[in-house]
Write a protein that binds this ligand. Structure first.
Ligand SMILES: Cc1cc2nc3c(=O)[nH]c(=O)nc-3n(C[C@H](O)[C@H](O)[C@H](O)COP(=O)(O)OP(=O)(O)OC[C@H]3O[C@@H](n4cnc5c(N)ncnc54)[C@H](O)[C@@H]3O)c2cc1C
Length: 390
């Protein structure tokens, strides 16, 4: 196997490194705002790379290797990478939105001026999402929405929600769903934050009572929202469990273990901790090489299959185990949180430990990922559905 990059791609890597060296100080947290940083990246072709210029993107040709080099170099420099807006809604708008929707939503979204939240899950519909019960009927030129969503991340600060509602109550469950775009703060919409174990309230419940949105605010046709939703989830899962992020976190934990000591001994020199770190390193490397398999299949235009299906499951569990190791090696410092003056890295590891547990569930639970791997990648028999005859 030849893992060398072409001259063109090596030159691109040098160019990205030079850019990062010269502009690192403008990254959010150490200078400018996230929006200014994103704008700088778009102007240099490092963010919204393949989004057409008429929608505010950099308008470059798709090049998977260049995207890969960007992800590697930004992770290595520990600088927030550029994005293409919201990786769930922007690809869907590009693929299935009307021209008017593309013009109205894509530019502000990729510039970071418009935030979105995802109104899918309901109290009785999570893994079995197609059983959702929030309803919408047409009255004049509007959909009128009634029902409840839950676990809606970021709903309190978002400007827009992409939301699944049942518009054809008599159709089979996968066919009666529509995909609506709803401005947050529309009358009849009530957002109630939920307290999480991190202490934040990022999750929300969202209640709809006779909430009206124009019938034009739909993506795809009425009753065909399930296909649109699946397009969104494909992009969301692709983003979770990123091997570059796992590698960058592993480097962070090595740093911690080299600087913290117990009785004068560096944590990295304590055999039981070192042993766990090495076991994790093996898995981080396995994920990195798996990422290369996905990449080389994609370059050849092949469906990666198993290597792709394991990314979300393995990557999210690995991130959680890395945070768990950090907490264990820190001993009593590991149970402190951000209000303590003795807390290390601003409580980042404690926060990640709790948040990463959630990411094993969000975007499709570990058990559902295993079902997908079993059925689609390993060809095992489908699990029986309780609502369908066997
Ligand atoms: C960090 C985070 C962010 C989230 N953000 C959002 C968001 O922005 N918008 C949104 O709409 N939702 C969001 N969610 C909700 C998320 O999509 C659901 O939690 C998830 O789909 C699981 O649904 P549930 O919680 O109802 O659990 P359930 O589906 O009730 O599952 C309960 C348990 O049963 C298992 N289980 C269920 N069915 C099967 C099966 N067929 N085979 C084997 N095991 C099964 C599950 O794996 C789980 O362990 C978020 C969740 C988290 C944790």
């Amino acid at each position: 196997m030849d893992l060398a990059y072409s001259q063109e791609h090596e030159a691109y890597r040098d160019e990205v490194r030079r850019f990062l060296e010269n502009n690192k100080d403008k990254a959010p947290g150490s200078g400018s705002t996230a929006q200014d940083w994103q704008q700088l990246l778009i102007e240099n072709g490092y963010a919204a790379r393949t989004i057409p210029t008429e929608y505010g993107g950099a308008g470059q040709e798709p090049d998977i290797l260049k995207s890969h080099i960007l992800a590697e170099e930004f992770a290595h420099a520990k600088v927030p990478p550029g994005h293409s807006g919201d990786n769930r809604i922007v690809p869907v708008l590009l693929e299935l939105g009307t021209e008017e929707q593309k013009q109205r939503f894509i530019g502000p979204t990729i510039r970071g001026e418009m935030q979105w939240c995802q109104g899918y899950s309901e109290p009785g519909s999570g893994s079995d999402l197609a059983s959702l019960q929030t309803k919408a009927h047409v009255d004049g030129d509007d959909f009128v929405i009634n029902g409840q969503k839950i676990w809606t991340s970021g709903a309190k600060t978002a400007h827009m929600m992409f939301c699944l509602v049942r518009t054809e109550p008599d159709a089979p469950k996968h066919q009666g769903i529509s995909y609506l775009l709803i401005p947050m703060g529309t009358p009849g919409m009530d957002v109630r934050p939920l307290k999480q174990m991190t202490g934040d309230s990022f999750f929300n419940e969202v209640f709809f009572t006779d909430c009206r949105v124009p019938t034009t605010e739909i993506i795809g046709k009425r009753g065909e929202g399930w296909n649109v939703a699946n397009a969104t989830l494909k992009h969301e899962r692709g983003g979770l469990g990123d091997p570059n992020q796992a590698e960058s976190r592993f480097r962070d934990i090595l740093e911690l273990m080299k600087t913290e000591t117990i009785d004068g001994q560096r944590l990295i020199d304590i055999p039981s901790f070192r042993d766990r770190a090495m076991a994790l390193q093996a898995r981080v490397l396995a994920m990195k090489f798996n990422g290369m398999r996905v990449l080389s299949h994609t370059i050849k235009g092949e469906e990666p299959g198993l290597p792709r299906w394991i990314v979300k499951l393995q990557g999210c569990e690995l991130n959680h185990q890395t945070a768990a190791l950090a907490i264990d090696v820190m001993g009593e410092l590991g149970i402190l949180y951000d209000e303590s003056p003795y807390v290390r890295n601003h409580g980042m590891w404690q926060h990640r430990y709790m948040m990463d547990l959630g990411l094993i569930i969000g975007g499709g639970t570990a058990q559902i990922q295993k079902n997908i791997i079993g059925e689609r990648a390993l060809g095992l028999p489908k699990e029986p559905k309780f609502d369908k005859p066997i």
